[in-house]
Design a protein around this ligand. Structure first.
Ligand SMILES: [Zn+2]
Length: 86
């Protein structure tokens, strides 16, 4: 009888540690994913004023298969003017 309780406790402990390790691995995975998101936003240089802007900016222009990024509507318009007047 004592032996059975001991074996049962051992099995329960095994299950407990199995799930504990599994949870920890999932947390580490989540943390790694978050880090990846932070790294994903690249900084691009404004072709007009030279300041750095995030790749996700709404001020961008595609010209000759290259994408140009700007800090503001003003810089974007200036770039378009300079490149379409010719
Ligand atoms: Zn600018």
């Amino acid at each position: 009888m004592v032996m059975k309780v001991f074996v049962l406790a051992l099995i329960l402990a095994g299950i407990y540690f199995f799930f504990k390790i599994k949870d920890k691995k999932q947390d580490e995975q989540k943390y790694a994913d978050n880090n990846e998101e932070v790294k994903a936003v690249e900084m691009k240089q404004d072709a007009v004023c030279g300041s750095y802007v995030e790749e996700t900016t709404k001020y961008k222009v595609r010209l000759h298969d290259k994408i140009y990024y700007f800090c503001s509507e003003e810089c974007k318009n200036k770039f378009i003017d300079e490149n379409t007047n010719h």
